[in-house]
Design a protein around this ligand. Structure first.
Ligand code: NAG
Length: 232
């Protein structure tokens, strides 16, 4: 009887212990993740999240995505209100975002070589304060096989001319023609593929249903972009 009681108490304690430990561990992970994201997105403090050492697989705090051979992992999210910067990760490396302090209002665009995965250029286009010419010139540098990653912030539409919308459509966007002021837009496409991209989201701005009153919620895509062979 006494022995049984002891076993019972010990088992209960063990269960509680394991339970506590697992809860704390997941909490710790959550906290670290949150810390990374906050540091990364809100330009408050700049911490290299790799150095936290807690998330080895989260290179530069991109949510790590394992992709098959001949695919490039990517993660894109739009900015939120005037608080969270847009972010573009390619091959599990942050190319644009809060931590880099190079993303901004308007459109954030990364170009990569679709065969090698080499990032060629990245730039923010604030179309509120500047004309569309610079963006047009940037898009004209595209070569067949280039991957294009886009994340909007605040408003992607000022001076988004029909000509520019046509170029994004040619890159595989099916939603760019429906973009309205203050919508959120994330997109990944490529030049010369000539088919609709599966990697695109449009978050409609609607004051009745917006997550943040004047602003829609964050748009996000995480995926594996197929490597483009040189001959295509
Ligand atoms: C992409 O990531 C892999 C794995 O981390 C790395 O080996 C490779 O060099 C990267 N490619 C480029 C072009 O950065």
């Amino acid at each position: 009887m006494r022995f049984k009681d002891h076993v019972h108490v010990l088992t209960t304690m063990l269960i509680i212990l394991i339970w506590c430990f697992s809860i704390n561990w997941s909490k710790l992970q959550e906290a670290a993740k949150w810390l990374c994201n906050v540091n990364d997105d809100v330009n408050d403090f700049v911490t290299d999240c790799d150095n936290l050492g807690l998330f080895k697989p989260h290179f530069g705090c991109c949510p790590h995505k394992q992709c098959p051979m001949n695919y490039f992992p990517f993660h894109i999210h739009s900015g939120v209100a005037d608080v969270v910067a847009a972010k573009i990760c390619f091959n599990n490396t942050i190319i644009m975002g809060g931590i880099k302090n190079n993303a901004g209002q308007g459109l954030n665009i990364v170009l990569a070589n679709g065969a090698t995965g080499e990032v060629l250029r990245n730039k923010n286009f604030n179309l509120e304060s500047r004309g569309p010419e610079e963006l047009l010139v940037f898009l004209m540098t595209l070569k067949p096989g280039n991957i294009v990653l886009v994340a909007s912030h605040i408003d992607p539409t000022p001076k988004l001319t029909d000509e520019i919308r046509d170029i994004f459509s040619a890159l595989g966007s099916t939603l760019v023609k429906s973009l309205k002021p203050r919508d959120g837009w994330v997109f990944a496409g490529a030049y010369g593929i000539n088919e609709a991209s599966p990697f695109e989201k449009l978050i409609q701005n609607d004051v009745r249903s917006n997550a943040y009153e004047d602003w829609p919620e964050m748009g996000e895509i995480i995926g594996c972009f197929p490597r483009i062979s040189e001959t295509e």
